[in-house]
Ligand binder design. Structure first.
Ligand code: TXA
Ligand code: MG
Length: 326
């Protein structure tokens, strides 16, 4: 409790100990969200292998679009099961993990982490946090934990459990209080999917430390004059190869249909239904996997039924519009 806090602490804030960490792990396994401390900032965690849980992270943050999330592992070996490490990644993990460095690496073919955590991309951002509570939670849960900073969209990253409670209190099943984050700034994000390491976000591990380990990384602005300047837009966006038509009332010959709701349009060459019951969280959870399933050369295009523009529907429509506008 902070000294001058005027109101009661939110009921779902609990001091981190063996018992509460075990309870948090059970909640994660059941698909619930848990906020937990890392040495950088508090994370808003969900089971990274559960599409619905990852969709609920976006819902809780109120993000108007799907940015890829950082997925947390207890150690490098656990991360290696999901993404392909190269020599640079091995070296950096040996030197800085557990710690404030996030590596963007190619997803392995059998990667079980939700495609929504990658925002549909072939890459995944992975990190092994040092904080003992994060470590204990990862080991108790036994699954990768997807976790952006535990703040509502557009607000600053939280470094105490009280910040999380203010920002997201009612939207998470539990907030594990592990005290104030020691670093207080987010992890450094380094993209290793290309030949030249690219610094996507400066953070807890410095440019000098990286340069000392693998040579000086480039920055997106330096490597690509076309790169958008806003940090939120640095990651490239997934888009299918086939053309997309949005808000359709009918399908054209040979088109695949991305349906939504109980009454899918008939006559499509292939159909994927984002949510038969019209549930936007379920639709978000299915979005990227279903787009990929329909992105087949034998189809003429992908027709997308109207999706309501509220809640997660905004982020779904944002991504579909970007893909359609290419
Ligand atoms: O310190 C931290 O990194 C905290 C704690 C909780 O670990 N997490 C955090 O996550 O700040 P988030 O989601 O707020 O920031 C993730 C950053 C974004 O800038 C995102 O664009 C980038 O990582 N990112 C994630 N996956 C990516 C990918 N596949 N390709 C490119 N950039 C990616
Ligand atoms: Mg953030």
């Amino acid at each position: 409790m902070t000294d001058d806090a005027p109101c009661e602490p939110a009921p779902n804030v609990v001091a981190a100990n063996d018992e509460t960490i075990a309870a948090a792990a059970r909640l994660l396994t059941a698909g619930e969200l848990v906020a937990f401390p890392t040495e950088t900032v508090y994370g808003l965690g969900g089971d990274g292998t559960n599409d619905r849980a990852v969709a609920r992270i976006f819902e809780a943050k109120g993000r108007p679009r799907f940015n890829p999330l950082i997925v947390h592992f207890a150690d490098a070996d656990a991360a290696r099961a999901q993404v392909a490490f190269d020599e640079r990644a091995d070296l950096l993990a040996a030197r800085f993990w557990p710690g404030a460095l996030t590596l963007v690496l190619p997803r392995r073919p059998g990667c079980t982490v939700s495609l929504l955590a990658s925002a549909g991309l072939d890459s995944l951002a992975v990190r092994a946090p040092r904080h003992p509570v994060a470590q204990a939670l990862l080991r108790a849960c036994g699954q990768p934990i997807a976790a952006p900073s535990a703040n509502a969209s557009g607000k600053i990253s939280p470094t105490t459990a009280a910040h999380v409670a203010t920002s997201l209190g009612g939207k998470v099943a539990m907030i594990l209080d592990g005290g104030r984050c020691t670093l207080g700034i987010e992890s450094t994000v380094l993209d290793l999917t290309g030949e030249v390491p690219t610094l996507l976000r400066p953070g807890g591990v410095t440019m000098e430390q990286l340069a000392d380990a693998i040579g000086r990384p480039t920055t997106p602005a330096a490597s690509d004059s076309q790169a958008p300047k806003s940090p939120g837009l640095l990651a490239s966006h997934y888009a299918p190869d086939l053309p997309l038509r949005l808000d359709v009332r009918d399908v054209q010959p040979g088109e695949g249909l991305l349906a939504f709701g109980a009454r899918p349009i008939t006559g499509a060459a292939a159909v994927e239904n984002l949510s038969l019951s019209g549930d936007l969280t379920e639709a978000a959870a299915n979005l990227f996997a279903m787009l990929r399933a329909l992105d087949r050369p034998e189809l003429a295009g992908i027709a997308v039924m109207p999706i309501p523009e509220h809640g997660l529907g905004q982020a779904i429509n944002d991504r579909l519009r970007r893909a359609a506008a290419r």
